[in-house]
Write a protein of this length. Structure first.
Length: 281
């Protein structure tokens, strides 16, 4: 069999895989497509199952802005809160988790490795199981409806620490030794050498952390009791909580809420892919 025939046979065997991947991709994209098209249609069209773009997007956006005062949280207040909470959580979480991952990987001892094992076991505990104790703690510390009540339980997640630790295995230790010889202390090594070298991992972690904070619903629903402290997911839930639901305006609010995470992902998509695969620059 010639080389050309071999390539043709391999391609024919891959046809079912291609078909499956195309169908799976369409299945994955469909909810996003339906969300965007529903935001341009009327409530009646959405209820009838129309799956193409309409001409009602301006009216839906106007309804969203005019309807906001009838709900406990305002649209722009919720958007501002979401940006603030997600931004603060992302910055602090990246610093804390990267410092922990850096320490766990580059400064080994038996006690530290045992502690990391306990940390990994914590990943098996569902968040719902810790909801009541966390709420009790935040209430006693008077942190309800505050940025600290929102972000403290998620500042140091086992997944992020593990991600930084795994990617730190590719960090060139020789650079650390050379820096020590030149008189640089440990925090200097972390800030001036480790952080620039691991920028791809920071980008990937930033995307994941920001998206998780932006899309968080259950914990903010529990801890953010004041209407002026609520976030975009809570605002959207309030829109859907009435006796009659304007599906066009509701889907427009969902599109509006999704834009920041989509924009951030597309800006950092190259660094995100490198960070997930453990690339070190």
């Amino acid at each position: 069999m010639t080389e050309k025939k071999k390539i043709g046979a391999i391609q024919r065997r891959l046809i079912p895989s291609y078909i499956f991947l195309i169908l799976f991709s369409l299945f994955s994209i469909f909810p996003l497509f339906w969300m965007v098209t529903a935001a341009t249609n009327t409530t009646v069209d959405v209820s009838l199952g129309r799956l193409w773009f309409g001409s009602f997007s301006a009216e839906n956006f106007k309804t969203l802005l005019e309807g906001a005062p009838f709900f406990q949280s305002k649209l722009w207040s919720a958007m501002r809160n979401s940006f603030f909470y997600a931004g603060v959580q992302t910055i602090l979480s990246l610093f804390i988790c990267s410092l922990a991952g850096y320490g766990f990987e580059l400064y080994h001892d038996k006690a530290k490795d045992a502690l990391f094992g306990v940390l990994l076991m914590a990943m098996m505990i569902p968040g719902v199981a810790t909801m009541i104790p966390l709420f009790s703690m935040m209430s006693k510390m008077k942190m309800l409806s505050s940025v600290w009540g929102f972000i403290l339980p998620s500042l140091a997640t086992p997944f992020m620490i593990m991600m930084f630790r795994q990617n730190s295995r590719n960090f060139p230790v020789e650079i650390m030794n050379a820096a020590r010889i030149d008189g640089l202390n440990e925090f200097g090594i972390f800030f001036r050498i480790y952080m620039p070298v691991m920028k791809s991992t920071y980008a990937a972690a930033a995307v994941i952390t920001f998206m998780n904070a932006w899309n968080a619903y259950l914990w903010p629903r529990v801890v953010l009791k004041a209407p002026e402290a609520q976030t975009m997911p809570l605002f959207i839930a309030n829109l859907a909580g009435g006796y009659t639901i304007d599906y066009g305006a509701l889907m427009m609010s969902v599109v509006f809420c999704s834009l920041p995470t989509v924009i951030i992902f597309f800006i950092l998509q190259k660094q995100f892919a490198e960070g997930i695969t453990g690339a070190v620059k």
